[in-house]
Ligand binder design. Structure first.
Ligand code: GUN
Length: 286
């Protein structure tokens, strides 16, 4: 079975749009997401455009603030402080990666935790690892939603995550653990990677290398979630971290690229924005 993240995201966005449609009357305004894009990296521009499009579909107000790659850290922090103080802004997202002269950790920590729609703020990360209420990072949240929508039983399963980033690998491992999977986090230094991944009943791949996972690395009947968004070095087309054509016949469930995890990530961002908005409207900090 191929899970269409695109279709699932569409139906979730429709439901969200219905809810957001009641907000103007109830709260006097709609949720407002501010997106900061520094520089003009093609990938980042396309992500930010996707976020603006989804906001329009759901009825969320979107302000995308573009700044040149030469912006100083001080100026970026000042912009974030302004958005933190703006009562009409409910969510703040700083598109990553940032230019090298800017300290990304400092920027992430500067976003008011109550507006951290990415779930990247240290307090949100701490809350996730302590199983306390928090804003979940969008991609991991979307992956769990997809697994559940596909009827995949997670509890008791051997799950392998390839990749240990703060954005995907680590938080998705924690969410799988919270769903009672037995989780292994593999990475570039893992010995006998194919042996490890072959044990996986659920395999999540987030390493950013085109078609890195080949058929010999995947068990018959495995559930395969491909988080990769790469340009095929030959055709220039979008492709995942997984060799889809070779693995699809072996997998019980697999996500395509494009149209898999990506749309779910954006959908979860919309959901997180609505959650931040509602917490603010009801006077709750977290
Ligand atoms: N760059 C790649 N993925 C993400 C994400 O989920 N959020 C932000 N802000 N930047 C990213």
């Amino acid at each position: 079975m191929i899970i269409s993240g695109k279709e699932l995201a569409l139906s979730l966005k429709r439901r969200l749009a219905e809810e957001v449609g009641t907000f103007e009357e109830r709260y006097g305004r709609v949720p407002h997401l501010a997106v900061i894009l520094v520089g003009d990296d093609a990938g980042s521009v396309s992500y930010v455009t996707g976020k603006a499009k989804a906001s329009a579909e759901v009825g969320i107000r979107n302000t995308t603030l573009r700044r040149p790659a030469t912006i100083s850290e001080e100026e970026l922090l000042a912009l974030i402080a302004e958005l933190n103080a703006d009562d009409e802004v409910d969510g703040i997202l700083v598109q990553l990666p940032l230019p090298k002269h800017i300290d990304t950790d400092k920027v992430i920590a500067a976003v008011d935790v109550s507006k951290d729609v990415d779930g990247f703020h240290p307090l949100n990360v701490a809350a996730l690892w302590q199983k306390q209420p928090c804003t979940l990072p969008c991609t991991p949240k979307g992956i769990i939603k997809m697994l559940k929508a596909a009827g995949v039983e997670i509890a008791g399963k051997r799950a392998v995550v390839i990749g240990r980033s703060n954005i995907v690998g680590l938080p998705v491992a924690k969410l799988l653990l919270d769903e009672n999977a037995t989780v292994t986090v593999a990475h570039s230094r893992t010995r006998n990677l194919a042996e490890v991944t072959s044990q996986a009943e659920i395999l999540v791949v987030a390493i950013g290398r085109p078609r890195f996972v080949t058929a010999d690395m995947v068990a018959e009947g495995a559930v395969v979630i491909d988080v990769g968004v790469n340009r095929d070095p030959e055709s220039g087309k979008l492709c995942g971290d997984v060799d889809f054509a070779a693995i699809e016949p072996k997998a019980s469930v697999i996500t395509p690229v494009p149209g898999g995890v990506g749309p779910m990530t954006i959908c979860c961002l919309m959901e997180n924005t609505v959650e931040c908005f509602l917490r603010r409207m009801h006077g709750r900090e977290r």
